[in-house]
Unconditional design. Structure first.
Lengths: 342, 306
């Protein structure tokens, strides 16, 4: 293996890419869409309706007149009461305190809620500590000492944006490889190249690296505007800059290059079988399906996009890389290229 | 030297090349003639280590084409001009050739001078930076030739080098090949063009899956047609024909349009004797020559008889 031969091929490929407008479009437009436009479209509407975090509770002027424990209430109106371990249904409560209660179809206003589970209720202008609020209106309330629903939802959205950073290095190779390999087949320029004193592996690596390098660099560079957009949009709600974090760093700097390798090698195999640039791009795009599936499962809440799961995903892609590398080296043999490549 | 021993290649059930054995000296120009599908390109691909032989052996400059280590060395010693120029159309002629010069390991000190020299010889220097996609077929073929020669190969394999060219470009390419032959490059030429094969090559091989014949055009003509003298008389008489037929070295005598066609062993030696005999009989001789059988006759005879 002589790396200088591989690098000569890489540089020649770069010379050709510079003159191919479709490759240039894919290298410029795709990151703009994935790393700038989609994060804005995705986050701004959600962030504008999110509840900001609170450092100090609302001053509610509550004067407790009575306290009750372990009692169920229905269709009752209360004011200035403390409830501990109570269940309230179809009730109205003003300036009350609730500790470890269950509220269903309850209108609560100007109250303190601690470790409460509220379902289908209106919890208005209240202080809420470590509670579970389901399908309820929390207008004017503050979430204290816990993550608000909107914070939680924003974090899921931000994590799902990572999908685009895995998609960029998987889609760009389908475009470049289709021109690099299929274009070379159509031009019939492979035969003189194969007649040079280079090995099959040097040729394969030269062409693969020429695709891998720009696709990965573009992905890494795209991270900068996304970090800026995400932090500018979400820091007022979250109270801190969520990016960069370890999940994203592992995703962008480890998983994304592994996915890129998978896409490049998969497209080598596809290119061996087809003789049309568009067909190559369509079949080559199949590689993005498992990536989308992984992130959709994450978005649906079936798995958490944490560091551990990203590392496991990366490991799975690495195993696929090894398998596809063996298949690609088999497809990229001189004799097969000349005799079998259609 | 290029040497093959029973070189054979099968593609599944199709026998493309069948036990081809030949030997081509260094500096020799050799042409393979044969119809489409005869196995010419397959043979060249085997010799260039692009595809493996199913059986048999071949050596280029003493190196074995089946040995993995030798294959890289062989590819460094040869130049290949495939049937299609196969250029990078978005790149200029200079960049196309430079890329191959680097892959062939042409030293940086010689590279630029070599590229300039080739492009100037082929009248492409002025347009060296234009994308070759804008070039005519002839110009592309010239770039492909320059690419195949940039590393001073000892052996040059050419697959139909003038097939797509206009007569003027084809002439330029042929003259260039003859010049290369003078410089001592061993040429292996696949062609349908009989005239080109005759002009450029020292020896010819006729291939139709099997190697049907090998030799110089004259050798092949005498092997397949014998040798013939033509005598043109101002007045043809039966006694002239009869007296010639009686000569011991004459194999056959025919007449055609007032001329006598005589099949014999050595026209150069026997023609003066025949002239003396006819003069003694009072014949008035207008013209005497040896009839040359062209490559086309040989080719058609071999193809018809195979």
């Amino acid at each position: 293996m002589r790396f200088e031969k591989t690098w000569i091929i890489v540089r020649k490929e770069f010379s050709e890419f510079r003159r191919n407008k479709y490759i240039l479009y894919s290298l410029v437009l795709m990151p703009i869409i994935m790393a700038v436009v989609l994060p804005i479209v995705y986050l701004v509407p959600t962030a504008s309706f999110a509840t900001p975090p609170a450092d100090h509770p609302l001053e509610l002027n509550i004067h407790i007149l009575a306290e009750t424990e372990h009692i169920e209430f229905n269709n009752t109106t209360f004011a200035n009461m403390r409830f501990v371990h109570c269940d309230l249904r179809d009730c109205i409560a003003f300036r009350c305190e609730f500790q470890e209660c269950n509220l269903t179809y309850v209108l609560v206003r100007d109250s303190n809620l601690t470790s409460v589970t509220a379902k289908s209720s209106n919890v208005l202008h209240c202080n809420i500590w470590t509670s579970t609020i389901i399908s309820s209106n929390t207008q004017g309330s503050l979430f204290l000492g816990q993550e608000s629903q909107s914070e939680y939802f924003l974090k899921i959205l931000i994590n799902s944006l990572l999908m685009f950073f895995i998609l960029i290095p998987s889609i760009i190779p389908t475009v470049i490889a289709s021109y690099s390999f299929v274009g070379e087949k159509l031009n019939r320029s492979l035969e003189p190249l194969l007649a040079t004193p280079t090995t099959d592996l040097e040729l394969l690596l030269g062409k693969a690296l020429a695709i891998f390098i720009p696709a990965t660099l573009v992905t890494w560079l795209s991270l900068v505007p996304t970090i800026v957009i995400v932090d500018v949009v979400t820091s007022p709600i979250l109270g801190y800059n969520i990016l960069p974090n370890y999940v994203w760093l592992v995703g962008v700097f480890l998983v994304a290059p592994l996915v890129c390798i998978l896409s490049v090698l998969f497209n080598v195999i596809v290119s061996a079988k087809v003789s049309d640039v568009r067909t190559s791009q369509q079949i080559g795009s199949i590689v993005i399906l498992p990536i989308i599936a992984f992130f959709m499962i994450g978005l649906a809440g079936f798995i958490t996009l944490n560091l551990e799961n990203m590392a496991l995903f990366g490991l799975a892609v690495l195993c696929l890389d090894a398998l596809v590398f063996v298949l690609a080296t088999r497809a990229f043999e001189r004799e097969k290229i000349l005799v079998n490549w259609k | 030297m290029i040497e093959t021993q029973d070189l054979t290649r099968r593609f599944d059930k199709l026998l493309a090349v069948d036990r081809v054995s030949l030997s081509i000296r260094d500096g020799e120009a050799f042409a393979f003639l044969g119809p489409n599908g005869a196995g010419k390109t397959t043979t060249v691909r085997m010799l260039c280590c692009l595809i493996a032989a199913s059986s048999g052996k071949a050596f280029i400059g003493g190196l074995d084409i089946s040995d993995k280590k030798d294959q890289v060395k062989i590819r460094g010693m040869i130049g290949l001009l495939p049937e299609n120029p196969g250029l990078y159309e978005s790149l200029g002629a200079h960049r196309n050739i430079e890329f191959f010069a680097k892959l062939y390991g042409v030293p940086i000190s010689e590279r630029e001078e070599r590229i300039r020299s080739l492009l100037k010889t082929l009248n492409l220097w002025e347009r060296r930076n234009e994308p070759v996609g804008k070039f005519s077929k002839g110009m592309k073929q010239k770039v492909a030739i320059a690419r195949a020669l940039v590393h001073h190969p000892d052996y040059l394999f050419l697959d139909e080098p003038t097939a797509a060219l206009d007569p003027e470009s084809a002439k330029t390419v042929r003259e260039f090949l003859i010049e290369l032959k003078r410089e001592g490059v061993t040429l292996f030429l696949n062609t349908h063009n009989l005239d080109e094969a005759q002009r450029v090559s020292d020896r010819i091989g006729v291939l139709k899956t099997k190697l049907l014949a090998v030799g110089s055009p004259d050798e092949l003509a005498s092997r397949y047609f014998g040798r013939t003298s033509l005598v043109q008389l101002s007045e043809l008489r039966p006694e002239h024909v009869a007296s010639i037929r009686s000569l011991p070295y004459v194999q056959d005598v025919r007449t055609s349009n007032g001329s006598i066609l005589i099949d014999l062993d050595d026209p150069k030696k026997r023609n003066p004797e025949i002239v003396s005999l006819l003069v003694e009989q009072g014949a008035k001789i207008e013209h005497v020559e040896e009839v040359k059988h062209g490559l086309e006759d040989i080719y058609l005879k071999l193809m018809g008889g195979s």
